[in-house]
Design a protein around this ligand. Sequence first.
Ligand SMILES: NC(=O)c1ccc[n+]([C@@H]2O[C@H](COP(=O)([O-])OP(=O)(O)OC[C@H]3O[C@@H](n4cnc5c(N)ncnc54)[C@H](OP(=O)(O)O)[C@@H]3O)[C@@H](O)[C@H]2O)c1
Length: 333
Amino acid sequence: VSSSLGWGIVGTGRIADGQIAPAITAGPWSRLAAVTSRDQGRAAEFAARHGAAAAYDDYAAMLADPQVRAVYIATPNAQHADQVRAAAAAGKHVLCDKPLAIDTDDARDVVAACARAGVRLGVTFQTRFHGGMADVRQVIAKGDIGAVVAAHVEMGGGRTLLRGWRQDPAIAGVGTMNNIGVHAYDLLRYLLAAEITEVSAMVATEADLRLETTALALLRFSTGALAGVQVNQAASLPQADLVVYGTDGRVVGTNVTRPGLAGTIAVTRGADADDERRVSSADAYRLTVDAFADAVRRDHEPSPSGVDGLVSVRVTEALRRSAEEERTIRLDS
Ligand SMILES: NC(=O)c1ccc[n+]([C@@H]2O[C@H](COP(=O)([O-])OP(=O)(O)OC[C@H]3O[C@@H](n4cnc5c(N)ncnc54)[C@H](OP(=O)(O)O)[C@@H]3O)[C@@H](O)[C@H]2O)c1
């Protein structure tokens, strides 16, 4: 196994500074080699704060740095696809923050570019790494609650109305569905080990904003299961809950769907008492970075993968169309 993975970060905003840089520096197989900002001073400050060796104001220069073997992309959504392609062309592995792209064709091209270049591509759907989620996936896969018939997921960011680039459709794509919803749709694919085949959405946009701040989605899965997902950045006191109903039992997660929470997951089968555990999502970002670095060092496809990122973009695009066209949309395989 080769020595630690040298990371380069592009974008010095909230997620890179608050979560991913600390996750990289704490990781057993990772180190922070470099950072790129549009501003050299901001890059230097970020590098000093997180102990990165190099600071750049030019992404191409960072991609030419041999210490950088993997790139983490944390810029506004519309920049992701080009930045992934450039990293792949430079032979760098890529962990891209969501969404991978703002349209499906671009996301497909990005996945193909990484495959051609022989680099690993992952997307930060960290909800998969919330405490207990891997166990829920197992419980469902073993058939412990029977066949899944329905699920509900709730995710809210608090009253955090869209600001800056997040209000611009050309840069953000969609609103709350890209900010929060993508995590919920990916989580359900992961837990149910099934694909979304049909979607329907209604969205709500607050006065003076151009993109949705509340989105309700109905999803049909390849197994026949149905799910309802409510995401918003409008309610001040969101619940972060999850229910999966099977023919023989039920999983209830309370305060589990957002990062940085302490909650419980209860599995109930037939007449048995709840099997309830305390879980935490405090380590979600660190586990996401560690899993990607481990996939690189062991040379296997990361989970979540670039294909998971592509599927997510397709689902989001279908949900957006559903809301706009006021109809159900099928996703062709
Ligand atoms: N996985 C998650 O849970 C999660 C959570 C939050 C965000 N995200 C994703 O991460 C990405 C960044 O989100 P964020 O919350 O960190 O956003 P942010 O605070 O606005 O940071 C984005 C950074 O991108 C750089 N940038 C380059 N061009 C820019 C432009 N034209 N306008 C604004 N910034 C520009 C800026 O760094 P410089 O000024 O240094 O160039 C900026 O600080 C988004 O794609 C978002 O979807 C994911």
